[in-house]
Design a protein around this ligand. Structure first.
Ligand SMILES: [Zn+2]
Length: 198
């Protein structure tokens, strides 16, 4: 199993909803990769984000629910970025995740970890709980002043969403910014060479 380094895309540390949308890296047709491609990697992602307890192991059915939810969240965020009307299906999915949150977080005790809280099993409840936290985060973000800072990386080979750290920020990361600047510089050099050749 490949371990993915924690994301440094602005906004993803504070917002699990953005982090979930950004679990797809690059475009599938250009060698992109998906952190939720198997139940094992999806489990690892949820554990890394502190959204499920370390003993949880997702089944395929839960993984595909999470992937569908990611798709709906992207719909909502993209509607916000482009000032479009979101799909009713995506709003419905978010509200379903919010309202299907399992009730009480029980207090538990382990000798090494001491007090901690977790939902009653079964596994699906752990995933419901994680999805409810993500849904709550997305609903809060979309209705906050920070909603206007949600942006999509302008690099063609990237589809990460992020929170703008300043008004003119165009890239999710320095890597994307450097790549686009290098591509533009190459295009300019080529254009200059073509002009010289004529
Ligand atoms: Zn990017």
């Amino acid at each position: 199993m490949t371990q993915v380094a924690p994301s440094t895309v602005p906004g993803t540390c504070e917002h699990p909803s953005l982090a979930l949308v950004d679990t797809v890296h690059g475009r599938p047709d250009s060698g992109g990769h998906d952190e939720l491609s198997s139940p094992e990697t999806a489990t690892a992602w949820l554990i890394d984000c502190g959204l499920v307890a370390p003993e949880v192991g997702l089944q395929e059915q839960c993984r595909s629910r999470l992937v569908r939810f990611r798709h709906d969240l992207r719909d909502l965020f993209v509607a916000q970025i482009s000032m479009d009307v979101p799909s009713p299906k995506a709003i419905e999915a978010l509200n379903r995740a919010l309202t299907s949150a399992p009730g009480a977080l029980l207090l538990r005790f382990g000798h090494e970890v001491r007090f901690f809280r977790s939902v009653e099993h079964p596994m699906t409840q752990a995933v419901d709980h994680a999805m409810a936290i993500i849904a709550e985060d997305a609903a809060a973000l979309l209705t906050s002043a920070d909603a206007s800072r949600i942006a999509a990386c302008e690099s063609d080979s990237c589809q990460q969403l992020f929170l703008r750290t300043h008004a003119r920020r165009q890239w999710c990361s320095n890597r994307c910014g450097d790549r686009v600047r290098a591509a533009r510089a190459y295009a300019r050099r080529r254009a200059a060479r073509n002009i010289d050749a004529t």
